[in-house]
Design a protein around this ligand. Sequence first.
Ligand code: ZN
Ligand code: ZN
Length: 285
Amino acid sequence: MKLIDLHTHSTASDGTLPPAQVAQAAAEAALAAVALTDHDTTEGLAEFLAAARPGGPELVPGVELSVERPGGGSMHLVGLWMDQDEPRFKQGLERVQAAREQRNPKIASRLQGLGVDITLEEVAAVAGGGQVGRPHFAQVLVDKGVVQNPGEAFGRFLKRGAPAYMEKERLSPGEAMALIRGAGGVTVLAHPGLLQLHPAVLEQLVKELKDQGLMGIEAYYSEHNPALERRLLDMAARLGLAVSGGSDFHGHNKPGIRLGAGQGTLRVPASLLAGLKQSRDTLSG
Ligand SMILES: [Zn+2]
Ligand SMILES: [Zn+2]
């Protein structure tokens, strides 16, 4: 069976492989297709798409947007095949980026206020030119010996409710999906299992999202067990949604997750591409 991976991250967000190397790794893993879905950015896509090789995997431009979750917090939507130069989509991402850039200095000054010797420049250096986020703050805290490991950094300082946490301004799910669809992209609810909702509550949420423009769900995911995968496949069929799947590969930032294989048992069939493309083609048709 041919396999694909439609959820991966590069150095353009919080992964450790440059975009071209994600494409290269997919070729080495003999995947039929791979999507690059960096958080709130399409910066890596030009390099990624330029790494296409005859006979290699199909390279799918993607993005993962963090959106408001009804009742608070966030959830993630994956967009696939959007035209990254479509003006409204581009402006939408620029707004998200601006909000993110305002957030990092606030986190740094909160930490300084807590007596931690840290500067935004140090955090940016750890991000290596990519987009700066909380994992990079965590890394600096580890490097400085303030905490033992990133988990402790999140627990003591960075997680929601912790003293250096800053709320992020997010798009609503409807806004995000309108941006993706307006750019010709397919909208997918990422890792529904991580929402940890009762099955009936999840189905209700997915129905509401479908009314707002959701086209597919990520039934296959590194952290979904077989029973959950089955349930999500059934739900997609019941609600008339396409099915997607991916590993959420981040390179060394998630050492247990391999491209195309997740924790070792993930198998996302290439046959899903047909359904996803069919959904995409309804947008222009
Ligand atoms: Zn995610
Ligand atoms: Zn992801």
